[in-house]
Ligand binder design. Structure first.
Ligand SMILES: Cc1cc2nc3c(=O)[nH]c(=O)nc-3n(C[C@H](O)[C@H](O)[C@H](O)COP(=O)(O)O)c2cc1C
Ligand code: SF4
Ligand code: SF4
Length: 395
């Protein structure tokens, strides 16, 4: 389960993301006790940068079974003094020599500030992660996403840090750009040793229809929130794949990981290791046990000799729409043995597809192969796994 990243050995591919679960050294120590291979601190800063958080600062999106599918936050970076952090990092390094400690950092676009943070922190951590990607609060002051949306500023600050850094420097990217590739390239061209993708997705979580407060609401007012959790996984996967393809370099994947399957998917599209934030906030550090067991079982079942062997395996199959086959075509078929006659597929195909399914209440519907356009909608609305399946037809 061990993986290598920027010359560092991770005992498994699971790191805590920079988020509330890494707010203090004591919290990180408890996470290490449960088995996390490493942690990225909550973003650290110079004491001269004043940070004042608001309350409340979280809002969630639920599915119709009341499960949280996304979380929007308007939390800022650490409020704790740098000297306190440095003492805690020293203690962590001494107590957990086999774990990887990464200091996340943020500063104004001032060379001396970035270099001071680098110099003061690097003796106590294994790597530095530059937060060029927080989408709320900080961009209004030229920090976070304001940096990561501009390839030239990204390159400039990365180069400042690299000028004095003696540990690997990782740039954390924002998904809130039209094209993530130029920013990723700018960071690597300026010397970044690796990239992390992604920070949260800029969002408005909702509106309270009783009060008309935007959510999360602070004394009746709202702002743009950073969305995290399961709903952003497809955005994170896309970004990691694009960055891995464009740079070929090491990438840490983050965004919506809550199961070993999510982690394995990130690794298959190029993440050497993964970070987890929201899932730990919701379920606690203990989820690392199931993540590890699940991934180990999958690797063994698939015959991968190590976790590293999975990295990037799906990447060669990803590319432009024009490269997709026009000769391989499918139509869909219903298995009458398992169909429960709910008619969900009939409605979906009638109003959302190509009117290929006919069905009467209480009967198994029938798909007319000559009308089916192979779009797959019926198979997604069907509540019975595997009941509607594709079959190949000649083009
Ligand atoms: C409440 C909260 C606070 C966060 N604070 C930071 C931060 O200080 N620095 C940072 O780089 N990312 C921060 N993040 C972003 C996470 O590190 C991560 O990129 C994002 O949440 C997506 O991963 P997830 O879906 O596993 O949470 C924060 C996320 C949350 C939910
Ligand atoms: S694949 Fe699309 S067109 Fe074909 S039956 Fe299903 S919903 Fe209708
Ligand atoms: S949605 Fe699935 S279970 Fe329901 S009628 Fe169609 S095939 Fe049968």
């Amino acid at each position: 389960m061990a993986v290598e990243f920027c010359g560092l050995r991770l005992k498994n591919p699971f790191l805590l993301a920079s988020a509330p679960p890494t707010t203090t050294g004591e919290m990180i120590a408890r996470a290490f006790d449960q088995g996390w291979a490493g942690a990225v601190t909550k973003s650290l800063k110079l004491d001269s940068l004043a940070i004042e958080d608001v309350t409340p600062r979280l809002a969630v999106l639920r599915d119709n079974r009341n499960r949280i599918v996304a979380m929007g936050n308007i939390e800022l970076i650490t409020r704790r003094p740098l000297a306190v952090w440095i003492e805690e990092l020293k203690t962590l390094k001494k107590s957990y020599p086999d774990r990887i400690l990464i200091a996340s950092m943020m500063a104004l676009s001032v060379k001396e500030d970035w270099q001071e943070l680098t110099v003061r922190l690097q003796d106590h951590v294994d790597a530095l992660e530059l937060n060029f990607s927080c989408p709320h609060g900080m961009p209004e002051h030229g920090m976070g996403m304001a940096v990561g949306q501009d390839p030239s500023i990204t390159g400039m600050i990365t180069a400042w840090v690299k000028e004095v850094a003696r540990v690997p420097v990782i740039v954390k990217l924002t998904p809130n750009v039209a094209d993530i590739v130029p920013v990723a390239r700018a960071a690597r061209d300026a010397g970044a040793d690796a990239l992390t993708a992604v920070n949260t997705v800029a969002s408005l979580v909702g509106v309270d229809l009783e009060t008309l407060d935007p959510l999360p609401a602070v004394a009746g007012r709202g702002t743009w929130a950073g969305l995290s959790g399961p709903a952003i996984k497809p955005v994170g996967l896309r970004c990691v794949a694009q960055v891995a393809q464009a740079t070929g370099g090491p990438v840490l994947g983050v965004g919506g990981i809550s199961s070993w399957r999510d982690a394995a998917e990130y690794m298959a599209v190029g993440a050497r290791a993964v970070q987890v934030g929201t899932a730990v906030m919701l379920k606690g550090y203990g989820i690392v046990g199931a993540l590890g067991e699940g991934l180990a079982g999958y690797l063994a079942e698939k015959g991968f000799a190590s976790a590293g062997d999975l990295v990037g395996r799906a990447l060669p199959r990803l590319g432009a729409h024009d490269d997709l086959s026009r000769t391989s075509r499918v139509v869909f078929r219903i298995d009458p043995e398992t169909c429960n006659r709910c008619q969900a597929c009939v409605t979906a195909c009638r109003d959302g597809a190509y009117q290929a399914i006919s069905g009467e209440k209480g009967a198994v519907p029938v798909i007319a192969a000559d009308r089916c356009d192979g779009c797959s909608l019926c198979s997604h609305v069907c509540p019975v796994p595997g009941c509607i399946a594709p079959r190949p037809v000649s083009a």
